[in-house]
Design a protein around this ligand. Structure first.
Ligand code: ZN
Length: 306
């Protein structure tokens, strides 16, 4: 029942026809929402796992000053301020590189930050994460994660770009203000110090381009892009060089939080293959031709010879 209205039996005297019509519509919408199992999704916090290789923060003094507890913890602190979000962290040095199957299965959106140790990430972990994305898990890839194995695997391209580390100004321009990931963002986000990432960026054409960055040295870059792979949504956002405290910037935090919400699973995964027996067809059907499948729908094996 719609919680905004009391039942007619409770307040019959003050229930006008107009109010009853509003109630009926609202009640119908509420029941429809609940009836499809969506209430479970609405009630559960969004389960976010922030993965970080966690290397430069422990080896480079400038990075340690910006992120004394690691980039992953800075992001987790910002994301955890959101209601309805449950954030955990995972790092490369943990068992199974921080992402055993049980953690991935318990993750709605995976956030990925890596730079120095892309090659250390095991291919079987990349495959596990890829399968989860294809099955509906969201993926938010940050900054140098453009060269991570998981991002390159899902893009299917080299994902290279040009870069310069000069502490120059970056303006992150919003080019798609109606997109949910840009919600609440101003015309542009000004970063006093950033690493330049420049075009050409070797990615497939994004489904949506939301941010384009300009750098003091003159380059431009597609800094906020989305794709869908299988049933999973992917958001790439480039600001976040580890030598500068970019993830403490409230506007950058807001974009990442928006990206996490946008990337949340959208429903049943599409890639669930199953054989539909002739007898189970929605309309009465008889087999009309030869088949290469057995009764269970398996492809018949070759019986000798080529
Ligand atoms: Zn960087």
């Amino acid at each position: 029942m719609c919680p905004a209205f009391r039942p007619r039996s409770v307040a019959p005297l003050r229930y006008s026809r107009g109010l009853a019509q509003i109630h009926d519509r609202c009640d119908f919408a509420w029941r429809a929402l609940c009836g499809r199992g969506n209430i479970k999704i609405l009630m559960q916090p969004l389960r976010v796992t922030i993965w970080n290789e966690f290397i430069h923060e422990r080896e480079n003094p400038a990075v340690a000053r910006a992120y004394p507890r690691g980039i992953h913890q800075a992001l987790a602190d910002a994301i955890s301020r959101e209601s309805g979000v449950s954030a955990r962290t995972a790092t490369l040095d943990q068992p199974e590189q921080g992402l055993p199957q049980a953690i991935l299965d318990d993750t709605d959106v995976l956030v990925w930050w890596g730079h120095a140790a892309h090659e250390a990430v095991e291919d079987r972990l990349v495959t596990r994460a890829q399968e989860r994305v294809l099955g509906g898990m969201g993926l938010v890839v940050l900054h140098s994660g453009h060269y991570s194995k998981i991002f390159k695997r899902l893009m299917g391209t080299g994902c290279g770009l040009c870069w310069r580390e000069a502490g120059e100004r970056e303006r992150v321009w919003v080019v798609n203000p109606g997109h949910p990931i840009a919600a609440g963002a101003r015309d542009c986000i000004e970063l006093e110090q950033s690493e330049m990432y420049g075009e050409p960026f070797a990615i497939p054409t994004p489904d949506d381009l939301i941010f384009v960055s300009w750098f003091e040295g003159g380059e431009v870059f597609r800094s906020g892009c989305t794709w869908t792979r299988g049933s999973g949504r992917i958001f790439y956002f480039s600001p976040g060089h580890e030598a500068y405290p970019i993830y403490h910037h409230p506007d950058i935090q807001k974009v990442i939080v928006n990206g996490i919400h946008w990337a949340r699973p959208q429903g049943r995964p599409a890639d669930v293959p199953r054989n539909v027996a002739v007898e189970q067809a929605r309309e009465k059907l008889t087999r009309k031709g030869p088949s290469v499948h057995d009764a269970a729908g398996r492809v018949a094996s070759r019986s000798g010879g080529a």
